[in-house]
Design a protein around this ligand. Structure first.
Ligand code: ZN
Length: 93
C-alpha cells in the first residue's frame, strides 16, 4: 500500500490541521532487567524448563504495520491505526 510522506492532519496540541510527517512505528529496545524478563529468565533456568511452548506456525501471513504522524509545528507524535499489509511504501505526492 502506498502512503503519502506528508499529510495534513488534525493535531490535538495545536487544535488545528497541520502538516504531519508520516513514518513507520518501530518497537523500542527491550529492557533485559525488566520484571517480566527477569521472571521469565528465572523460569527458564534448569533442565526442561521452557514454561510455555514456542509458537512456530503462524496463522497470519502478514504482520501489522503502524504509521506514526509527527506534527511539523509542535512535534507531537500520534500513532495511526495498524494495518495488515504486504508492502508499506512511503512516497511523495
Ligand atoms: Zn501540533
Amino acid at each position: 500500500m502506498k502512503f503519502p510522506k506528508n499529510k495534513r492532519k488534525y493535531c490535538k496540541n495545536c487544535n488545528t490541521h497541520t502538516p504531519h510527517k508520516v513514518s513507520i512505528y518501530k518497537k523500542g529496545k527491550e529492557t533485559q532487567s525488566a520484571q517480566g524478563n527477569r521472571r521469565y529468565a528465572r523460569k527458564k533456568r534448569g533442565y526442561g524448563s521452557q514454561p510455555k511452548p514456542i509458537q512456530h506456525n503462524q496463522a497470519k501471513v502478514n504482520k501489522k504495520t503502524t504509521p506514526t504522524y509527527k506534527c511539523s509545528k509542535c512535534g507531537r507524535i500520534t500513532i495511526g491505526t495498524a494495518l495488515r499489509l504486504k508492502k508499506f511504501e512511503l512516497m511523495n505526492k
